[in-house]
Design a binder for this molecule. Structure first.
Ligand SMILES: [Zn+2]
Length: 361
């Protein structure tokens, strides 16, 4: 049975281990140890993600969370009101995003094992670097995972709060190489990469195009000194939409703009790399993950509440790997702020939902 005191303690223990993105070694070792002590085969893949598996009967189910947290997230001192709410002391985030998800996974496994009921094979994937661009999930060793459905425990709100739609996300890097020259003595010998970069940036998709489609030129950098024609410029940006066709249309407009600037400046070398950061998805009732989770939620008296989100999670990366990920709430609020707090009964409910999914053979 899911035990409130135990999951609460695990949460407080995990929060006490600093794990800002990029500095996850200590938390990874702790999670790997905890999973091993529960009797699972646990290891870290080459990207440092903690993976584990527990044999069972039927179709395997992947349980996923991320171990890194955003800043300010060092020396977190959780303040528990002795009842239902845990906050930070106001000087840091709390880290319910996503130590809450990690605690849920540990509690579910412990509960399932001690109850001794038959259950599905469970695979665990706790990623690094989620908050800085889904880094761990992108480099995860998928060859060791066989699940076709994943429960990604990484949303705010109660477990019925589900990420129902996520955008298709494209990113680009554009490198402009011109030619440097002394700006006062022989500027005509130069090819000004910064000015050409500005011409490119000015024509790239920027801002909101409709309610579900956006573009951003996020970074431009070039040149070294005031008195030299700059020979380098780099531009980085992104485009996203809930609708794949809309974002692909933006990408092709961006590409043809870059081609036009190339024709305007044959003396410069312009390399543009447009690529998918992660695929989007729209969760329908007959999606394999919804078919598993929706009935479980309803049996426990919760009505699934799928809502669109503007950002990506590891669930998007899983979708790109052919694993139907469903992202559910684990009781966190005001995520990524010093006002972040956790509603303990909602984290407990989340564990009950995930446990029921694991027991559904
Ligand atoms: Zn998160």
């Amino acid at each position: 049975m899911i035990q409130r005191e135990r999951i609460l303690q695990a949460f407080l223990d995990l929060v006490a281990i600093d794990s800002p993105s990029g500095e996850e070694d200590a938390i990874a070792a702790d999670l790997e140890r905890r999973l091993s002590e529960l009797g699972l085969e646990a290891w870290q893949d080459s990207a440092g993600n903690v993976l584990a598996r527990l044999p069972g009967e039927g179709e395997p189910l992947l349980l996923s969370a991320h171990m890194d947290t955003v800043e300010p997230g060092r020396g977190i001192k959780p303040v528990w009101d002795g009842d239902d709410i845990i906050r930070s002391d106001g000087s840091t985030i709390l880290g319910a995003d996503n130590k809450g998800g990690c605690a849920v996974i540990l509690e579910v496994i412990q509960s399932v094992l001690e109850d001794g009921a038959s259950h599905r094979p469970v695979e665990v994937a706790i990623s690094r670097g989620e908050e800085v661009g889904l880094v761990g999930a992108s480099k995860m060793d998928y060859s060791s995972l066989s699940s076709k459905v994943a429960v990604v425990i990484d949303s705010g709100g109660p477990p019925s709060s589900i990420q129902g739609q996520a955008p298709f996300h494209y990113v680009y890097d554009i490198d402009i190489t011109g030619r440097s020259a002394h700006a006062g003595l022989e500027p005509e010998k130069g090819v000004p990469a910064v000015t050409i970069g500005a011409e490119i940036a000015a024509g790239l998709p920027q801002g909101r195009f409709d309610y579900e489609t956006t573009g951003n030129v996020g970074r431009i950098e070039g040149g070294l000194v005031r008195n030299a024609v700059p020979d380098k410029c780099v531009i980085q940006g992104e485009m996203r939409s809930m609708d794949q066709l809309k974002v692909e249309d933006l990408v092709s407009r961006a590409r043809s703009h870059v081609e036009q600037v190339k024709r305007n400046h044959p003396e410069a070398s312009i390399e543009a790399d447009f690529r998918t950061a992660y695929p989007g998805y729209r969760l329908t009732e007959d999606d394999p993950a919804a078919r598993l989770l929706y009935p479980v939620l309803r049996e426990l008296g919760m009505e699934p509440d799928p809502q669109p989100v503007g950002g990506g999670t590891d669930g998007n990366v899983f979708r790109g790997q052919g694993i139907a990920g469903i992202v559910i709430g684990r009781g966190g609020y005001n995520q990524h702020t010093k006002d972040e707090y956790l509603v303990v009964p909602e984290m407990v409910d989340c564990a009950r939902v995930v446990e029921a999914a694991v027991l559904r053979t």
